[in-house]
Write a protein that binds this ligand. Structure first.
Ligand code: LMR
Length: 400
């Protein structure tokens, strides 16, 4: 049976990791997979994570099962981190949270929940969106369609085109949004645009499914959740997939959660949704891994640990801002005829360079600079010391 299977091409993002690893040129630069790196090129374990981990290991007395919904302290802390520590949303029990194996697991849980509620639902994703959204959301049988999002001419959101497209959708459609630090473009909705979007979603009865994988890496922990909170405060229902991979640096621990905002707390509301989510989790992976969630719960449950983590996160965000500014300056010098100023204006880890797949190939093969074929770069993969090499390589590859 297995001999009839086709060999598949490598994953567009993960395939690059392998190619980069096997390149032994000392000048090589990995701008592919979205992981944060420090000035030494390492992805260090955050100190707050190390400290919490030590405590957990000493305190832990058993490895028995947790539960399909995961760690309750983690779920409650994540609910408040996403929706706000105080206020009507945080206090209301309309929103239930379920631990998941990473942001990917949360996205799949959300997709399965949508399918359980309405097998004919269509999910609309931005053009472009993170490559893995497609298999994660459509893998359970949901129909996937697109709405316009990025405007390469401005490096911002093609907001009018986006609103026009959403306005025409049937009510009940599910709209996948990125809370902040849009992957792959780095172009985010601004405050007034979120408000306009809210009006449209109310009018057209659209359901937001919000992917929040970079909270704290754009403008700040609360700032990056502002749009999401605006929608959740006013709409009857919403789904939020949260990842702890980037802002806690817990990538390989696979920790995230799905938050479902329901019309009401009782009856067909949060209670029923929770039973559906735990049944879905049980059928997919039974229970999420414990360790990462225990670390996050330990950090968010202590004022001191939380403050230490918060200041490390602020440092990471500041460094990304400096890298964005320095990269924009360096490219302006080496490529005076091109406009890369959007890199400085955008947020989070990613930006498009806006160069052709052929130039991307030359950068990889001749200059050992790795990025996905659509020219998405992980700005956090650069170092102050290799920005001049990077900018010179882009200029040379463009000239050829
Ligand atoms: C990325 O977009 O590079 C990250 O989210 C990592 C991944 O799994 O693709």
């Amino acid at each position: 049976m297995l001999e009839h299977l086709d060999r598949l091409p490598p994953d567009p993002i993960l395939g690059l990791m392998a190619a980069y690893r096997s390149d032994d040129d000392p000048r090589k630069i990995d701008l592919g997979v979205g992981v944060y790196r420090d000035e030494q090129g390492n992805t260090p374990i955050m100190q707050a994570v190390r400290d919490a981990e030590r405590t957990i290991l000493e305190r832990q007395t058993t490895k028995t099962y947790v539960a399909p919904a995961g760690n309750p302290a983690f779920n409650e802390a994540m609910r408040r981190l996403a929706l706000g520590a105080q206020g009507a949303l945080a206090e209301s029990d309309r929103a239930c949270a379920v631990q998941a194996p990473g942001g990917c697991g949360a996205l799949r849980l959300g997709a399965e929940l949508i399918r359980a509620a309405n097998p004919n639902a269509t999910v609309y994703v931005s053009t472009p969106t993170w490559a893995n959204h497609v298999p994660l959301l459509s893998g359970c049988g949901l129909k996937l369609e697109r709405y316009p999002y990025y405007d390469p001419a401005t490096g911002g959101v093609a907001f009018e085109a986006m609103m026009r497209a959403l306005e025409a959708l049937p009510s009940g459609s599910v709209i996948l949004l990125h809370a902040s630090c849009h992957n792959p473009t780095g172009a985010d909705l601004q405050g007034a645009q979120w408000r306009e979007l809210l009006g449209l979603m109310q009018r057209r009865a659209l359901l937001p499914f919000i992917d929040m994988a970079y909270q704290g890496l754009g403008d700040g922990l609360d700032e990056d959740a502002e749009g999401l909170r605006l929608l959740c405060a006013a709409l009857p229902e919403a789904l939020i997939a949260v990842s702890c991979s980037k802002n806690f640096g817990l990538y390989r621990e696979r920790v995230g959660c799905l938050i479902a905002l329901n019309q009401s707390a009782a009856g067909a509301g949060a209670g029923a949704t929770l039973t559906q989510l735990t049944r879905i989790a049980r059928g997919l992976y039974s229970m999420p891994p414990d360790h990462g969630a225990a670390i996050v719960a330990e950090i968010l449950g202590s004022d001191t640990r939380r403050a230490a983590w918060h200041s490390e996160l602020d440092g990471m965000r500041a460094r990304i801002g400096q890298l964005r500014a320095a990269t924009t300056r360096a490219l302006a010098e080496t490529c005076p005829d091109e406009d890369f100023s959007h890199i400085q204006r955008q947020r989070g880890m990613f930006s498009y360079l806006g160069i052709s797949p052929e130039v991307v190939r030359r950068l990889r093969e001749q200059h050992h600079v790795y990025m996905t074929a659509d020219s998405r770069v992980n700005v956090a993969g650069l170092r102050m010391q290799n920005i001049p090499y990077f900018a010179a390589a882009v200029a040379a590859a463009l000239r050829q």
